[in-house]
Design a protein around this ligand. Structure first.
Ligand code: IMO
Ligand code: MG
Length: 437
C-alpha cells in the first residue's frame, strides 16, 4: 500500500515541512496525526515562506486532501486564521478537512498552559503556551470537547458549561486568577463552529476507503522523537506520540497499512524550551554562526533555539524506535563555514560508556549530564547550496555524510542544502523515485 510517514528524529524543527512539501506533490492525501499549533512547518509558496501550524504541508497542491486527524488538538481560532491567510494569497483551501474525533483547544487551555509553567518556576518545560498539554490532559481525563461537539450545539453548550465551571474553580482556588466568562467563550466558539462545520468529516472511514482504492497517503509528523511523551526526554517533552507508531493511534489506521518510514534529522541539533541537550554548544562563535546561518529562531514562538552538534547516540535511538527506512539530512549548508565539525558518538558517565540512550533525564541534565564523546571532522569551507549531484559535494562533506551512514547503518536518501524546494542532493536516486513518484 502506497503510504509514507515522515517524522522528525531530534527535538523538532528538522525541516519536516520542506520534505513533506516535496513528497506531497505525488500524494492524494496528507494527514497530520498528532500535536497541534505548537508546530511550525515552513514551506515555500508563491515566492514566499509560509509557516503552517495545523494545516498539513500538502495544502498548496489543489488535488490533495489535507486532513487534520483525530489525534491532533485543534485551536479553531488559529486554524481559521491559517486558512484565511492561505486564501489571501490565492490558495484553494476547500480540501482542508477536519476529523470529528480531534479535540478542541479552548482559551482555558492556553491560560492553564501559562499558569502551570509559571508555577513550575525554574523547572518549567518551556512550552509554546499554545495550550497543547492541557488539551491533551482533558482528553485523557475524559472531559475534553471534540470537534464533533460543534455539530450539536446543545451538547457543546453543556460540555463547555461543565468545563468552565470546573476550570474557574481551579483558576480561583489554585492559581488565584480571575474566572472566565462562559458567555463570551460560548459566543466566540459557536462562530468558529459555523465556519468550520463544512470541513468536518469522519476521517477514519475516509482514510480506510482511500486505502482500499489504493490512494497515495502521506502522514506528516509534527514535533519529533525526542519530544515524544513516552520515549522522549521526559518530562521535557510535548504531550503526544510523535513517532511512526503515533500514526496508528492518531488516525485509526492499522500498522500493517504503513509502508515507508522516512526520518528527518538536521546535520546538527537544536532544541527550543528547557531540558537535556548533551551536545549543546554553550555561547560561543560557532553557536552564533549556526544560529544565524540556520536561522535558528522558533517559527511558532520566535525564541532563539539552543544549538549543538549532531548527536548520533540519540539519533540511533530515534531511528530504532521509528524503524526508519530512509534518512533525510537537512541544512547541511549551514555547516559550510566551519573549520571543523564535531559529531557525538558515545555518552559516558563517570568515565564509562553508557550502553543505551538513558531513560532517566537526571543523566541528561546539567551537572549530572552525561559526557558527550566526539569525533572531529575537518570542515569543507565551501558553499554547497547550489550542488545537486552527490559526487560534486566536497570531499570532507562526503566524509561527514558517509560517517553518519556507517554509524547508523542506514542509507541517506536525500540531503537538503537550502530552504528552496530544489536545493537538494538526491543521494539514493532509485529509492527516491520509488518513494517520490
Ligand atoms: P515542529 O513541528 C520544536 C517543544 C517546546 C517545549 C516542548 C513542550 O515545528 O518541529 P508544548 O507547547 O508542545 O507543550 O511544549 O516541546 N516543542 C517544539 N519544539 N518544534 C516543535 O514543533 C515543537 N513543538 C513543541 O518548545 O520544549
Ligand atoms: Mg517548530
Amino acid at each position: 500500500m502506497p503510504s509514507n510517514v515522515i517524522v522528525g528524529l531530534q527535538w523538532g524543527d528538522e525541516g519536516k515541512g520542506k520534505i513533506t512539501d516535496l513528497l506531497s506533490k505525488n500524494s492524494d492525501y496528507v494527514i497530520r496525526y498528532q500535536g497541534g499549533n505548537n508546530s511550525g512547518h515552513s514551506i515555500h509558496i508563491k515566492n514566499r515562506y509560509f509557516i503552517l501550524h495545523l494545516i498539513p504541508s500538502g495544502v498548496i497542491y489543489p488535488h490533495i486532501k489535507c486532513i487534520i486527524g483525530p489525534g491532533v488538538v485543534i485551536d479553531p481560532k488559529s486554524l481559521i486564521k491559517e486558512i484565511k491567510d492561505l486564501e489571501s494569497i490565492g490558495i484553494n483551501t476547500s480540501q482542508i478537512l477536519i476529523a470529528k474525533r480531534a479535540h478542541i483547544t479552548m482559551p482555558y487551555h492556553r491560560l492553564l498552559d501559562e499558569y502551570k509553567e509559571e508555577a513550575l518556576g525554574d523547572r518549567s518545560i518551556g512550552t509554546t503556551h499554545r495550550g497543547i498539554g492541557p488539551t491533551y490532559e482533558d482528553k485523557i481525563a475524559r472531559i475534553g470537547i471534540r470537534i464533533l461537539d460543534f455539530l450539536n450545539l446543545k451538547i457543546f453548550y453543556k460540555k463547555l458549561k461543565d468545563n468552565i465551571n470546573y476550570k474557574n474553580y481551579i483558576f480561583k482556588k489554585i492559581y488565584k486568577k480571575k474566572p472566565l466568562s462562559f458567555n463570551s467563550i460560548y459566543e466566540e466558539y459557536i462562530e468558529y463552529a459555523k465556519i468550520l462545520y463544512p470541513r468536518i468529516i469522519d476521517s477514519v472511514y475516509e482514510l480506510h476507503e482511500a486505502f482500499k482504492k489504493g490512494k497515495k497517503i502521506l502522514f506528516e509528523g509534527a514535533q519529533a522523537m525526542l519530544l515524544d511523551i513516552n520515549y522522549g526526554t521526559y518530562p521535557y517533552v510535548t504531550t503526544s506520540s510523535t513517532s511512526t507508531g503515533g500514526v496508528c493511534i492518531g488516525t485509526g489506521i492499522p500498522p500493517t497499512f504503513l509502508k515507508n518510514f522516512i526520518g528527518v534529522a538536521k546535520s546538527y541539533c537544536t532544541r527550543v524550551g528547557s531540558g537535556p541537550f548533551p551536545t549543546e554548544i554553550n555561547k560561543n562563535i560557532i553557536r552564533d554562526i549556526i544560529r544565524k546561518k540556520g536561522n535558528e529562531y522558533g517559527s511558532t514562538t520566535k525564541r532563539p533555539r539552543r544549538c549543538g552538534w549532531l548527536d548520533l547516540v540519540s539519533l540511533q535511538y530515534s531511528c530504532m524506535i521509528n524503524d526508519i527506512h530512509y534518512l533525510i539530512i537537512t541544512k547541511l549548508d549551514v555547516l559550510s563555514e566551519l573549520e571543523f565539525i564535531k559529531v557525538c558518538i558515545e555518552y559516558r558517565k563517570n568515565g564509562k560508556k553508557l550502553p543505551y540512550f538513558p531513560a532517566n533525564i537526571e543523566y541528561l541534565e546539567k551537572e549530572e549530564q552525561v559526557e558527550a564523546i566526539y569525533i572531529d571532522f575537518p570542515g569543507w569551507k565551501k558553499d554547497i547550496s547550489h550542488i545537486h549531484e552527490y559526487e560534486n559535494l566536497p570531499k570532507n562533506c562526503k566524509k561527514y555524510i558517509n560517517f553518519i551512514e556507517s554509524y547508523l547503518k542506514l542509507e541517506i536518501l536525500l540531503i537538503s542544502i537550502g530552504s528552496e524546494r530544489n536545493q537538494n542532493v538526491i543521494k539514493n536516486t532509485s529509492s527516491f523515485f520509488q518513494i517520490f513518484s
